[in-house]
Design a protein. Structure first.
Length: 528
């Protein structure tokens, strides 16, 4: 999913379609006016099915077009609704209604509704896009409050405002109602309608279908840092609190500091890329860490988590894996994201992240971390100089789990060769003579940074600028005094060069930056 999309998920709350409800004796409205969305009984009755994907797929420009069309009196496509008691579920049209509600409440992802929905935890990306959207809507149409104020004294309003007032009074969104059917039929209608309009990829469709499974709940909790709609609300309160705590810590570990726009101009990057709309990646991470089978082609979804214990166990397993690669716990290797997880042009590579986690976890299980750390400087310099190799492996083998094994074997090959004392040229010869990796060496010299076509202005692409920054910044980046590899801001510790036990001073000249693991295991890494 693109990064520059507006998060409108707080505009219409979620509800379980199975919630008991009595029959509704009233009449369903056929036309939804703007007044129905302005603190009216109707807007407070609106719900999204709890399995619906996040309402965060529209760009700021698309929201502007929708609001502008409505304010101009243009036809807005009908929405499809289904009533269960006093709740009105949006089967199709959630983005359309959410965009209009966002205009009414001046909340494009950072207003009062969003702050409440997300527990006050908004990413910098979400806030930035909300500000951009508000300005675009203001310039193209004007804030909704402006027209509410003009209604009190329409005679004093400019002609442009009067014309919009007339359109707002006359225009409406047509509501089509699903007949009185059971919740299973309504759910099937939702998937059929939404699949026809905007196809849902198999992974996202599985997440929606298996919303009560531990892996789906854990993934959603991590993506929102334990905030937003609580898919875990049915669990005991103590389990809920632990889920939210674990998810919040995992979110921070993966996505802080936040990733700014390209081109990249800092080495202080989040280890897992852009945290905004990252559900498919996090779902894969949760499944890998917990050995969850691939259900994408299965007719049956993963089993539901009844009491939350499995969800909590999933989160803790992911946390154990993530703690090995980032953070300041003693076992953390503090892998630098620029070395392992980003392309030369600044794109995050999800499968490279999971491959590095798998590689490190196996090293830890086998007691091989000291062996890795002793050659880590050479190992990572090779990865930096040949960053295109992982990209080529993914292109050759396929994205996702298909290339996971080959990337891990590539890491293992490098570790074996550097441990045996071989030079970079000798390692390249090994790859050249390995049928599995010969294509990597054959590609050397071919530009790896994505080009954006001939540019008549002769400007550098954002990818080229990011690559140029990485090349310069990594040469002068902070390095570990023990293993000599790059140190990331999230995993930086300071250690005595000469220990206090042997008279080492506390002055700056006796201080060095280290990775947490290098600091804790220095005695076995550096011969006395």
């Amino acid at each position: 999913m693109a990064g520059s999309v507006v998060n409108l998920d707080a505009m219409i709350p979620r509800e379980d379609m199975l919630t008991p409800a009595s029959d509704y004796a009233g009449v369903n409205i056929e036309r939804i006016s703007i007044s129905n969305l302005d603190n009216d009984f109707f807007v407070h009755a609106l719900r999204k099915p709890d399995f619906q994907r996040e309402t965060a797929h529209w760009s700021p420009e698309k929201i502007v077009d929708l609001v502008k069309a409505f304010a101009s009196g243009d036809l807005i496509p009908a929405v499809i609704l289904w009533r269960r008691g006093t709740n009105i579920f949006v089967i199709d049209g959630a983005h359309r209604l959410s965009a209009l509600i966002a205009w009414v409440y001046d909340d494009y992802g950072q207003g009062a509704r969003s702050l409440t929905h997300f527990g006050g935890r908004l990413s910098d990306e979400q806030v930035r896009i909300a500000d951009k959207t508000r300005k675009l809507v203001g310039n193209a149409v004007g804030p909704y409050a402006q027209f509410v104020g003009a209604m009190k004294s329409p005679h004093n309003a400019p002609d442009s405002v009067k014309s919009v007032l007339g359109n707002l009074a006359a225009n409406a969104v047509v509501a089509q109602w699903v007949p009185k059917v059971g919740e299973k039929a309504a759910e099937d209608s939702f998937f059929k309608i939404n699949q026809a309009a905007t196809p849902i990829d198999p992974t996202e469709r599985l997440i929606l279908r298996s919303r009560q499974a531990a892996n789906a709940i854990a993934s959603r909790a991590i993506v929102r840092g334990g905030t937003g709609h609580k898919y875990w609300a049915g669990f005991p309160l103590d389990i809920q609190a632990e889920i939210e705590s674990e998810a919040g810590e995992l979110h921070s570990a993966l996505y802080e500091p936040p990733l700014k726009d390209l081109p990249i101009k800092t080495l202080d990057l989040p280890v897992a890329g852009r945290g905004y709309s990252a559900l498919p990646f996090v779902y894969e991470l949760v499944n890998w860490a917990n050995d969850v089978p691939d259900y994408t082609k299965s007719k049956e979804p993963p089993p539901a988590d009844i009491d939350g214990k499995q969800t909590l166990a999933h989160l803790r397993t992911v946390r154990d894996a993530v703690d090995l690669i980032t953070g300041i716990k003693m076992k953390s290797l503090g892998l630098h994201p620029v070395v392992y997880f980003y392309t030369r042009g600044g794109d995050f590579q999800p499968v490279a992240f999971i491959a590095a986690c798998a590689f490190v976890r196996e090293l830890a299980k086998a007691g091989r971390l000291p062996k890795f750390t002793k050659v880590r400087g050479q190992f990572e310099e090779f990865l930096l100089r040949h960053k295109e190799f992982i990209t080529l492996i993914i292109k050759r083998t396929g994205a996702g789990r298909r290339s996971l094994g080959r990337i891990i074997r590539y890491f293992e090959t490098l570790l074996r060769e550097f441990t045996e004392g071989n030079s970079e040229e000798q390692v390249l010869d090994v790859l050249r003579n390995d049928p599995e990796f010969v294509f990597l060496v054959a590609s050397m010299g071919i530009p790896s940074v994505r080009h954006e076509g001939d540019n008549p202005t002769r400007r550098f692409s954002r990818s080229t600028k990011s690559a140029s920054f990485f090349q310069a910044a990594t040469q002068g980046g902070v390095r570990c005094g023990v293993c000599h590899a790059l140190v990331h801001v999230n995993s930086m510790q300071f250690d005595h060069i000469d220990d206090k036990a042997v008279g080492g001073s506390t002055g700056m000249q006796n201080s060095q930056a280290t990775h947490p693991y290098c600091n804790s295991a220095k005695a076995i890494l550096i011969p006395t």
